[in-house]
Design a protein around this ligand. Structure first.
Ligand SMILES: N=c1c2ncn([C@@H]3O[C@H](COP(=O)(O)OP(=O)(O)OP(=O)(O)O)[C@@H](O)[C@H]3O)c2ncn1[C@@H]1O[C@H](COP(=O)(O)O)[C@@H](O)[C@H]1O
Length: 87
């Protein structure tokens, strides 16, 4: 288990070190347009899970949406602090 901030740190390392086989590296290389479509897809899955699935299945979909949002943040060079400023 990891926190939101811990995942962001891990993904930031992946972006810097670019280890072979990292799905995050491949996702970053796919570009903002592709990442945007993935975020929309995952958001849809969150919505459907909220309406039709268990709490645990819903939580899993939320975790995936958070992952893809973090990948987009890293792609755009946006830090957690920049986001937290708006909360
Ligand atoms: N938390 C995640 C995470 N959440 C979601 N995903 C990706 O998002 C996809 C979402 O699954 P779906 O079922 O919606 O999509 P799918 O249709 O099965 O998958 P696709 O065919 O669309 O890729 C997963 O298949 C993963 O590719 C994640 N990929 C990685 N992580 C974590 O990120 C860290 C770095 O991972 P790597 O870069 O792969 O080393 C590790 O701690 C991982 O656990």
């Amino acid at each position: 288990m990891k926190t939101f901030d811990e995942l962001f740190a891990e993904l930031t390392d992946r972006a810097a070190e670019r280890p072979a086989g990292s799905g995050t590296v491949a996702a970053l290389d796919s570009g903002v347009h592709t990442l945007g479509k993935k975020i929309i897809e995952e958001a849809g899955e969150v919505w459907l899970a909220a309406e039709h699935e268990s709490a645990d299945a819903f939580a899993e979909e939320v975790s995936q949406l958070l992952y893809w949002l973090q990948v987009m943040m890293i792609k755009r060079g946006v830090t957690l602090a920049a986001v937290y400023r708006h909360l």
